[in-house]
Write a protein that binds this ligand. Sequence first.
Ligand code: COI
Length: 353
Amino acid sequence: MKITLVKERKQKPDFTKLGFGKYFTDHMLVWEYDESKGGWQEMEIIPYDDFKIDPACCSLHYGQGIFEGLKAYKDEKGNITMFRPQANFKRMNKSAERLCMVNFDEEEALKGLTELVKLEAEWIPTEPGTALYIRPFMFGSEAFLGVHPSKKYIFTIILSPVGSYYAHGLEPTKLIVEDYFTRASQGGTGEAKCMGNYACSLLAGEEAKKKGFDQVLWLDGEEKKYVTEVGSMNMAFVIDGKVVTPELDGSILRGITRDSALTVLRDAGYPVEERKISIAEVVEAYKAGKLDEAFGTGTAAVISPVGTINFKGEDMVINNGKMGKITEWLYDRITGIQKCRYEDKFGWVYPVK
Ligand code: COI
């Protein structure tokens, strides 16, 4: 791997006022694939900078682009860890297959990421609720206007010190159920972490914000009957003491935080059900006083309590709009494992140095 260092490091932002995804570190990783040159080229770490892209770059037109999100943490002794990075690269290769893009060597990617995180150690915030967000992404970079898979790709990793994803932190979020627009349907790209899934969610998201909601809760694309996900997070409910979450049906992102949450809940003896859950069931549980809690899971969102769900103009205010007990327990467990306060029973913590 070739490493080119910046001449002068940037001034760091105030780590107590980071927000999400606004600041970027001094270096980035770039790894190019070119079929005509035999495939993957030498990986490089270079100063963070603009890309030079041909206007005919195919992903600007046809959207062959995928990404991931994971985090690195630093404890008070300066030990650096990442959370389940292997799972992210594995999922990224699955997304690549769905978008007809090339696969990459996951071990090489992890080695490169580890070098990059080591180099940017001083950018890892340690304040409560903060982390170094890692954004690997890959896009087709061949210049052409016909519709076919690119023969050139750019795999990049950028890093951003972040605080809470939501401006209101751990205050429960307000969701509105979207019953017109569709995020994903069977056979589509819903399970892949690809650019288009996020682009197609923006219009409904903006409409939701105008009405005072934070995010959209998506229903299935066929019947508009079953709850799927929120786009920036997977969704779970606590109904009558049981944690119920939509099953992975091909249209829902295979969330790594979702998997971690379900694993620690099951391990602690909480009943967990992964199955179809209709919005009618959620409304019925609410009316019967059995919708105890609702929460989202995601790398950026971590474990986010949901305080209100609006369906067809009616607000369901969950647990008086406050974070519920199971959600709070789960937030503590997941962040505790991530930040090495609790035992890493499942082997999820990856030491950087
Ligand atoms: C993540 O949680 O890492 C994501 O990629 C979601 C994105 C909307 C920030």
